[in-house]
Design a protein around this ligand. Structure first.
Ligand code: C2O
Length: 536
């Protein structure tokens, strides 16, 4: 293992898309930002220097941060922000993980433009559990707003209404050859040689949209998600939620030519053609002429739920001798989290009410000092450890029955003993409209042991759980109008955020945190904070 040193200079940069320019916050002047390269077991040091007018933090999404919660990054959860003119060195080790993850700003809506890839190769001389690809390529999906994203969310919070949606999606920073103002040669181009196989490390860094990813005329073989190997399976459509990563193998096995790549939103229906919201790119065979006709593909049809379900149901953990799936068989904490939207009164808002979101009818309130610091130094009055393990009242999530729209506010955490096992059933409430919620847990990988439509049934549903080879990940889509069950072992002491990775839902309060106690044995305690940890 070696130490990798990076410098992330947070600076403004002018960027032009869709015929208009605006200044954006970037790392090192790049959009998307630089790729962090390392191997499993390496120690990573990233010196983040804040040269913009906003407070900044960076999160290493999916990195376990075993005992190093100080380097996790969510503002006011594990650290106070890095203020303008200041810097902070994130210091962490990549333990037991290899694959693709992402890093992104974890404050305000800066994630819109402050994000990039983390590529973790296996340890030296350790092969992939699949044939070595000829080349590996990072493919980052994103969203582009013509207006300033901070203004978009500030305006929405003032009005109590939903914010404007983005103007386009992007592939490696470009809306692509089919977008407004583009020429057919614009956008990201993947050059391939006939007969060779390529590994695409696909990352969804979009703020608010689950995306479908397709390459016209080609099947994609999924081999890894969220830096955990999967049983390989071939598909023509990949579903990827914000915060998720997916490695696929693409074989250049078609006739030489040009093939359209699309990233299209799941929730925005109907989609009947490649429209302005769909990001495009090109797979270009080396021996094809650049003016040859483009083979195109259409995004999934108007009702894309079956396409989404079939993709999710195909995901299995590799579960081999070298990479066993360590699924907790028993459960110490069995939790039911109702996740969804609500409406609270708001006398100053345009409608007299405001859209909120919550878990078990609690809208999480961000503290003004970091929770991990309050926990470690024993500062009282910052949070309570009484987050409800189930919804306050039982009701029918699939539609009929009493509606339960209002939430209460609080900075409430759920406390776990070291090494206890946890099952969380994430139930979409659908009280306003059923929505997909990509729920992300910091500090852990979990196993997705079950999912279903309608109401979770505590008696019947568990009989269908997969406790053998369920997919292991850090972000899971809660199906619209349904539920998903996850299990993990609380083997990482600290304060760990759980939230919807649709940024607008996080802003509205769809978030909470687990507090995991230190263990009694050696190497079971949170390490002391680094000396340059920012203060609030
Ligand atoms: Cu990718 Cu808490 O975030």
């Amino acid at each position: 293992a070696v130490t990798r040193n990076y410098k992330f200079n947070v600076v403004m940069k002018k960027e032009t898309h869709l015929c208009s320019s605006k200044p954006i916050v970037t790392v090192n002047g790049r959009f998307p930002g630089p790729t962090l390269h390392a191997r499993e077991g390496d120690n990573v040091l990233v010196n983040v220097v804040n040269n913009v007018k906003y407070n900044v933090t960076i999160h290493w999404h999916g990195v376990r941060q075993l005992r190093t919660g100080w380097a996790d990054g969510p503002a006011y959860i594990t650290q106070c922000p890095i203020r303008p003119g200041q810097s902070y060195v994130y210091n962490f080790t990549l333990t037991g993980q290899r694959g693709t993850l992402l890093w992104h700003a974890h404050i305000l809506w800066l994630r819109a433009t402050v994000h990039g890839a983390i590529v973790i190769k296996p340890k030296p001389r350790v092969p992939y559990p699949f044939p070595k690809p000829h080349k590996e390529v990072v493919v980052i999906l994103g969203e582009w707003w013509k207006s300033d994203t901070e203004a978009v969310i500030n305006q929405a919070m003032k009005s109590g209404l939903a914010p404007n949606v983005s103007d386009a999606h992007t592939i490696n920073g470009h809306p692509g050859p089919m977008s407004t103002c583009a020429t057919s040669q614009d956008g990201f181009k993947l050059q391939v040689d006939s007969g060779k196989t390529y590994m695409l490390r696909i990352i969804n860094a979009a703020l608010n949209e689950e995306l479908f990813f397709k390459v016209a005329g080609h099947k994609l073989t999924v081999v890894e998600v969220d830096a955990a190997y999967t049983k390989p399976f071939a598909t023509s459509t990949v579903l990827i939620a914000p915060g998720q990563t997916t490695n696929v193998l693409l074989s250049a096995d078609q006739s030489a030519g040009r093939y359209l790549v699309t990233a299209s939103p799941f929730m925005d229906t109907p989609i009947v053609a490649v429209d302005n919201k769909t990001a495009t790119a090109t797979v270009h065979y080396a021996n094809a002429v650049s003016t040859s006709a483009m083979t195109t593909t259409l995004p999934p049809p108007q009702n894309a739920t079956p396409v989404a379900s079939s993709f999710v149901d195909s995901l299995r953990s590799l579960d081999s001798g070298t990479y066993p799936a360590k699924v907790p068989r028993t459960v110490d904490h069995s939790l039911l989290f109702a996740v969804g939207m609500g409406v609270n009164p708001c006398p100053t808002c345009a409608n007299g009410s405001r859209v909120v979101a919550g878990i078990n009818n609690v809208t999480f309130v961000m503290p003004t000092t970091a929770l991990l610091q309050a926990h470690y130094f024993g500062v009282g009055g910052v949070f309570t450890a009484d987050f409800p393990g189930r919804p306050p009242v039982a009701f029918n999530y699939s539609g009929s029955g009493p509606k339960n729209l209002q939430t209460t506010s609080g900075t409430r955490l759920y406390r776990l003993a070291y090494n206890s096992t946890v099952q969380v059933v994430l139930q979409d409430t659908g009280v306003i409209a059923p929505e997909n919620h990509p729920i992300h847990l910091h500090g852990f990988n979990f196993f997705a042991v079950g999912r279903g439509t309608g109401n979770y049934d505590a008696k019947a549903s568990p009989s269908g759980f997969n406790l053998v080879d369920p997919v292991e990940r850090n972000t899971i889509g809660v199906p619209s109008g349904g539920w998903t069950a996850i299990r993990f072992r609380a083997d990482n002491p600290g304060v760990w955020f759980l939230h919807c990775h649709l940024e607008v839902h996080t802003t509205w309060g769809l978030k909470m945190a687990f507090l995991v106690d230190n263990g009694k044995g050696p190497n079971q305690s949170l390490l002391p904070p680094p000396s340059d940890l920012p203060t609030c």
